[in-house]
Write a protein that binds this ligand. Sequence first.
Ligand SMILES: Nc1nc2c(c(=O)[nH]1)N[C@H]1C(S)=C(S)[C@@H](COP(=O)(O)O)O[C@H]1N2
Ligand SMILES: [Mo]
Length: 286
Amino acid sequence: MAIELPPTPDKPIPPHPSPDGQDLALPPGSALSQEATRRTRRSFIVGGLAALGGVLGWRYLLHRPDADGTPLPFRRVLDANGRLSAAYFRETRLAPEFPKSLAREPRQNGNAGLQTPLDAAAWRLLVEPYGGTTVREFTLAEIKALPRTEFTTQLKCIEGWSVVVNWAGVRFADFLNKYPIASRSGQPITDSTKPPADLAPYVSVVTPDEEYYVGLDMQSAIHPQTLLCYEMNGQPLTPEHGAPLRLVTPLKYGIKHLKRIGTISFTDERPADYWAEQGYDWDSGH
Ligand SMILES: Nc1nc2c(c(=O)[nH]1)N[C@H]1C(S)=C(S)[C@@H](COP(=O)(O)O)O[C@H]1N2
Ligand SMILES: [Mo]
């Protein structure tokens, strides 16, 4: 008997190793270092109890009820490890970078939101400040006036292909440092690992015609490799690759690299996302 399965996205490509020599120091006060402190204290207590309990205690541990096939106390440690690695990824993980000489032209993939001809002179980036009502307008020249960041990373499409591409633009975090419109208090982002407490939790990015739209969690949006990108492989973006401004966020699949940004807004709830609505993972990290 044939079982009809709903269409599902391709299996994600397994994560590749992070570059060597990363600084493993934990940012003080971060969720990660608090967890580490808590666990140190906890292991001290657990160590004392184990010494007291000896073999009897050990037997008790092994005969506690199972959770997912693992004795409960061990399952708790596994879960804590899971939380730790999630915190580590959020705070310090970088996509691997490649020599610029390996960069290639990616195929044009996906043209939702690119159907109308681009009027480059009339284009503006529109940003709705968090908790505000007055939309801010930015010209491409104003965006290019901000600090430039360039890197060469892999663009991975969820369909199963990838290509090394050199990107240049403005870090979204640098944009929010100069224009502090993502926190209610108007505080800038001076350090993406220590964002203001009242920063919006989500960012919505939409094409000018609203045909393509993606949502990002703020942690990903202010990651040091997330760009408002205006150049690909040393040339201004062409219309089919997202001129005049596109998103680049290399820890996520290509579906999040929205081409031809129209409006950016900040939200309390997960914003609508074109491919998430088709059943793909909302985060789409790899
Ligand atoms: N506006 C818009 N942006 C988009 C898409 C789209 O259909 N419309 N497709 C996405 C997908 S699935 C991929 S893989 C990348 C591909 O970028 P490229 O065409 O520059 O290679 O663009 C992303 N950005
Ligand atoms: Mo894609």
